[in-house]
Design a binder for this molecule. Structure first.
Ligand SMILES: Cc1cc2nc3c(=O)[nH]c(=O)nc-3n(C[C@H](O)[C@H](O)[C@H](O)COP(=O)(O)O)c2cc1C
Ligand code: SF4
Length: 489
């Protein structure tokens, strides 16, 4: 299947025509404004805080922390780049595990008492980079994303999955080799993890973060609760039970900490796991029995969305006074094309089963529906990177017409951290640094290498891992999925 490359579209009009020909209703402004009056430069008031513009740096891990969970120079470089980007909302920096067994990889950052000063330095380095370029930080809001990897925990060894599961998922069990007698987490273990999140939130505030994100996306633990429809007991089944984890973390945090803002990054819809079609390499949904119950925000078909429950979820956030919400979708492990639309798949992925613009438009449309319904929440959208040359046009149209409060930027910031500042100042975009969705930043960690933009960031291009990655890709080294730990939990 051939999709038109964005770089071949010569103007915003041609881009809009192409999107329309795909049947997409993508907002797109013809001209992008710059300077203080520009829609994307408008400050946003959040309670007593003012956030200086409408760009948000999305969390992105680099698989480059120390084995003990402290950041390295590579981590600091990425955070400094986020600070330098000009985005005034920093959504969490990257996922930081609240306990060792909740790390998604052995190099994920870990929030422990022993690591507090190094994580504080990380935040300070971001803030200092921002101050040195923009002269002020009173309008910068910096959060920390708190996570437990749950199903995808791989805390100790790169090639050993140690899943902490809430229920047996027939498709994911098969894909990741989880046997039927593998232990499901007990309610009392969940209570312990809730305590860890609360403790982590306290520490995050102690080291100066403005907010914490109680991560509920991408198949990790918080997200898995939302689809635990078949789990018995007080954390599964009804909507009330599936959101108990969230409520308990928020209430516990509020009881222990005052003045810390709380946010949630939510996969607002999910699809069935996709697999690579043996004949053409395109992604195709795993065969399922209908209705498919394990996709939070799904319509039962496995490939469509229904926002009834996500809307209830946002209503709940509002009653809990959780005003910061970042919308994303799906999971990078089993349906990456809906989560981070890309033309070129990562090594464990599949060719895009739809034009990646469709994936971008889907996230924008869902975010717009939620934003319209909850104008009092501060809503951040995701998945803009694939828009490339036309990212500014779409971003401006989205914010100008109230389809999101913030435009979240992920991959594009890896090779081109100055993008927000270039847009806001009206500088011509540096086309050589626009992410073309080559997916090396996902492929590298799949091969157990540090993540980074190897194709476009000279800093990574010069590193020894770049050559290694090329060799692995050239030799078509098969991606070896991690094996399930033999240990009984
Ligand atoms: C290398 C890499 C690391 C990521 N790490 C995280 C993470 O730690 N937490 C998170 O919520 N999302 C993470 N994401 C997802 C991004 O935040 C974002 O949702 C996704 O890339 C889509 O946005 P984009 O199209 O602007 O890239 C990561 C994505 C990439 C490519
Ligand atoms: S490796 Fe670079 S170009 Fe490729 S998807 Fe990641 S950020 Fe984009």
């Amino acid at each position: 299947m051939k999709y038109r490359r964005i770089a071949t579209l010569k103007s915003s009009d041609e881009f809009a025509e192409y999107a329309a020909a795909l049947g997409l209703n993508l907002p797109c402004d013809h001209e992008v404004q710059s300077g203080p009056g520009a829609p994307l430069a408008q400050p946003y008031r959040l309670d007593e805080r003012v956030i200086g513009n409408r760009f948000c740096a999305l969390p992105m891990e680099g698989w480059d922390g120390m084995p003990n969970g402290q950041p390295t120079d590579l981590t600091a470089r990425r955070w400094e780049n986020f600070g330098r980007s000009g985005a005034k909302l920093i959504w969490g920096g990257e996922a930081v595990a609240v306990r060792h067994d909740g790390r998604s990889n052995p190099r994920q950052l870990l929030l422990t008492e022993a690591n507090l000063s190094s994580l504080e330095s990380l935040r300070k380095s971001l803030v200092a980079a921002h101050r040195s370029k923009y002269g002020r930080t009173d309008d910068l809001l910096v959060g920390l994303q708190l996570t437990h990897a749950g199903h995808f925990a791989r805390p100790s060894l790169n090639d050993r999955l140690e899943p902490r599961i809430l229920y047996h998922h027939p498709l994911l069990d098969r894909r990741f080799g989880i046997p039927p007698d593998y232990l499901v987490m007990s309610d009392s273990e969940i209570e312990e993890i809730i305590g860890d999140f609360v403790q982590a939130a306290q520490w995050a505030q102690q080291i100066g973060f403005d907010f914490v994100d109680i991560k509920h996306c991408h198949g990790y633990l918080g997200h898995e609760f939302l689809s635990a429809v078949e789990r018995p007991g007080c954390y599964g089944g009804s909507f009330e039970n599936r959101t108990r984890f969230l409520r308990d973390v928020v209430r516990g945090t509020r009881a222990e900490v005052s003045g810390l803002l709380i946010g949630v990054r939510l996969s607002a819809f999910d699809f069935v796991p996709f697999r690579k079609c043996a004949s053409d390499g395109l992604g195709e949904p795993e065969p399922i029995k209908l209705p498919y119950p394990f996709a939070f925000g799904g319509d039962g078909s496995g490939v469509g969305y229904d926002l009834t429950e996500p809307i209830r979820f946002l209503e709940l956030l509002r009653t809990l006074d959780v005003l910061l919400v970042c919308i994303t979708a799906g999971s990078p492990y089993y349906n990456p094309h809906i989560q981070r639309p890309a033309l070129f798949p990562p090594c464990d992925g599949y060719k895009p089963p739809e034009d990646p613009l469709v994936g971008v438009a889907r996230q924008i449309a869902v975010t717009a529906t939620l934003r319209t319904r909850f104008p009092d929440l501060c809503i951040v959208g995701s998945a803009y990177t694939y828009l490339q040359e036309y990212l500014p046009n779409v971003a401006q149209a989205v914010v100008r017409t109230g389809k999101a409060d913030f435009v979240g930027l992920g991959r594009v910031l890896l090779p081109y951290p100055d993008l927000p500042s270039d847009i806001l100042s009206g500088k011509e975009l540096d086309h050589r640094r626009l992410c073309r969705t080559f997916s090396d930043c996902t492929t590298a960690p799949r091969y157990r290498l540090i993540s980074g933009c190897y194709p476009l960031d000279p800093f990574y291009r010069k590193r020894p891992e770049a050559e290694l990655l090329e060799q692995l890709k050239r030799s078509k080294t098969p991606y070896l999925a991690p094996k399930i730990a033999k240990v009984k939990i």
